[in-house]
Design a protein around this ligand. Sequence first.
Ligand code: AP5
Length: 221
Amino acid sequence: MINELNLILLGPPGAGKGTQAARLRDDLGLPYLATGDLLRQHRARATPLGVEAAAYMASGRLVPDELVIALLLAEIEERGERGFLLDGFPRTPGQAEALDAALREASRALSAVVLVDVPDGVLLERIVGRRQCAGGHVYHVSFDPPASAGVCDVDGMPLFQRDDDRAEVVRERLRVYHEATAPLVGYYEARGLLRRVDGLRPAGEVYASLREALALPEPAL
Ligand code: AP5
């Protein structure tokens, strides 16, 4: 088996997958493949995929499997050949099976699937309070505010709210998560790959337990 890390971050919308992924990516130098970000990039460029995906995303529904699977597998082939960190994929049993088949074909395997576990009750508040800049730096108006309201600490760009972060769309995203994505917890648990992390604590503590769950050594100070 090749010594590579092939990780999946799983969890409901707003659980903190992107927040934790940013830390893991910086610490481990793993290619970070987030289907939500990739789809938003396509939408911004108005590619045929972006145009087709836009209506699904705006209403909180999932983009059809065949589109997302083709997108993600191409990204793995291009950027993830020595390891990857997936965020937002797989999200359906069909996507999980397609990923398994592609890895098997390449004589590769998943290393672990980390479930960032957060109860529904707090997710709405987290998502509705999220703000980010065009460079992808993410804040929360209460839990992680920028030093100066509405401006990114890192690059000084204005902060905005994602168009699918409105309360009525978030409720649909949560419904879809429980219906389509939550079954993947059992799928990966049965294969001994699932690691659960309590995502309710402050982000730094969540990250410490995530590293522990993956048996990663303490980062150098
Ligand atoms: P996507 O972009 O993947 O959105 P999501 O899964 O709904 O996840 P989020 O980005 O909303 O949340 P997160 O868990 O990353 O939370 P974050 O770290 O930002 O998908 C968007 C859409 O694209 C989908 O609805 C679908 O239409 C489409 N799509 C994407 N992938 C697809 C696929 N595979 N198949 C089909 N369609 C697909 O944190 C949230 C907030 O909480 C932030 O403000 C943060 O600062 C704060 N926060 C984080 N951690 C903590 C903490 N520990 N304590 C307090 N606050 C915290």
